[in-house]
Design a protein around this ligand. Structure first.
Ligand code: URA
Ligand code: SF4
Length: 453
């Protein structure tokens, strides 16, 4: 990743500089790796000879797609130390000129990213997630994407480029590998959804047609499916303004610093989202309040709704079986759901489960967070994509992610995902059902083991 590379470059450069090694004696790989170093012996690099402006400039230069950037930066920092501490002011100097040129090009590229990234909404089992594919000229994912966190911080999103990807889970922005364009499978099939999303984020209060035309140069329009709906959007502005003002925002209000019992009492009264209106009752989590392992399901089912307890229906039987196979007692753990009210449609003779919407999940998330904060489990295992999205904040496939520990989380020491019992019940063949059932037991056992390390 760019930042890491820059950090590695800094460490390397600092050592070389202190040994007085001339730029012509250094060789910089395209992506500097961290060689052996003893940081504690090193003096800070930010000496008077290295003005802060250098780092401002360098962070942009470091993102340039130019294989000479690292040697250029070393040359400049060396010359700042040995030749002229005001070198950066000499804009006609070929090194300074080149660095300024690269930095300018990177800045322009970041600006373009901000202007032209288009998210597509995808619904992953009821959780709204936004994804975008962008092809940048430079390596700007780490420098360019925090902007989207500030702008669209209330939605989970991922931005993919061929070089790297950025993922916002409503709490942290993380970076991972990129994907080649041809693998961006959602590219075309979501254009309709993309348009809808564009409508939903389009902010008529800030609508300035002239500015929009200037910013969105027509040469980009052909690749932007929303360009064709701009016309409609402009026409509908006053109505959309009204609608925006009336749009409800749901969020459970969770009392702070109260006991688990009081937390549950408050949750039983929660009507923060529309789900409360149809369900029988809030089904709050339950179990060992000192548990080291927490299991998170999706939402109560029909029986749980009538009973007021988690996992007591058919899915509960599957879970009980897996717990037994994993040799984990239900009394030792804490079990809850990402959403606390049953969502269903009524048919003639039964209530059919429906996925909660992203907004409902978001509304309910404070309860889950409060449970996690109270129980402080060492390990969490999320069953199914709804629960997984609630704790990872991003889309993932259970098939690909089960069995892996995710350790970079504020919620617990490690996070795991596995099959939801309902997905086991729904498996397309008996073989698949059996193998998923086994995998659920294996995954629970693995998560339990992780509490002991
Ligand atoms: N499915 C869940 O995810 N949770 C329950 O409590 C019951 C069924
Ligand atoms: Fe409150 Fe969650 Fe129930 Fe919505 S689903 S009313 S947020 S407890």
């Amino acid at each position: 990743m760019t930042d890491t590379h820059f950090e590695n470059w800094r460490i390397e450069a600092r050592q070389l500089l202190q040994k007085g090694i001339a730029p012509s004696d250094t060789y910089w790989e395209n992506n500097p790796t961290f060689l052996e170093s003893d940081e504690s012996n090193l003096k800070p690099l930010l000496s008077p000879q290295v003005p802060p402006e250098f780092f401002e400039l360098a962070q942009f230069v470091a993102c340039a797609r130019d294989e000479n950037r690292w040697s250029l930066l070393y040359r400049i920092i060396y010359r700042l130390n040995h030749e002229n501490k005001n070198l950066l002011k000499v804009s006609v100097d070929p090194d300074v000129h080149r660095a300024n040129e690269l930095a300018k090009s990177v800045r322009r590229d970041i600006h373009k990213m901000h202007a032209f990234v288009r998210f597509k909404k995808i619904d992953i089992e009821g959780v709204e997630t936004y994804i975008a594919w962008h092809k940048a000229e430079h390596l700007i994912v780490e420098l360019g994407t925090p902007f989207f966190m500030r702008r669209f911080g209330d939605k989970p999103w991922s931005i993919f480029t061929p070089d790297a990807s950025a993922h916002w889970d409503l709490k942290t922005l993380t970076f991972a590998e990129g994907i080649p364009q041809h693998e961006f499978q959602h590219r075309d099939q979501f254009d309709e959804v993309w348009k809808t999303y564009y409508k939903s984020i389009f902010n008529p209060a800030r609508l300035k047609i002239k500015m929009m035309k200037a910013e969105m140069s027509p040469k980009y329009w052909s690749s932007m499916p929303e360009a064709e709906i701009i016309h409609d959007l402009i026409r509908n502005t006053p109505l959309r303004l009204q609608n925006m003002a009336n749009a409800p925002k749901f969020k459970a209000e969770v009392p702070e610093n109260v006991s688990w019992q009081d937390l549950k009492k408050a949750a039983l009264k929660c009507k923060a989202c529309p789900l409360a209106a149809h369900a029988t009752q809030t089904v709050f989590g339950e179990g060992n309040l000192e548990a080291e392992l927490m299991i998170i399901g999706e939402q109560p089912g029909d029986e749980e709704d009538l009973n007021g307890q988690v996992f007591v229906g058919p899915a509960g039987k599957i879970l009980a079986d897996a717990l037994q196979k994993a040799n984990v007692s239900r009394e030792s753990i804490y079990i809850t759901n990402a959403v606390k009210h049953f969502k269903f449609t009524q048919t003639d003779n039964r209530r059919v489960h429906q996925k909660a919407k992203g907004s409902e999940m978001q509304a309910c998330k404070p309860w889950l967070e409060a449970e996690i904060a109270r129980v402080k489990p060492k390990v969490i295992i999320a069953l199914g994509t709804t629960a997984a999205t609630a704790i990872y904040g991003r889309l993932l496939k259970i098939k690909d992610e089960r069995g892996k520990a995710y350790v970079d989380s504020r919620l617990a020491k490690s996070l795991f995902v596995s099959w939801h019992p309902a997905a086991i019940l729904r498996a397309s063949s008996i073989e698949e059902q059996i193998s998923r059932q086994n995998e659920l037991a294996i995954d629970i056992a693995q998560a339990m083991n992780a509490t002991k390390v």
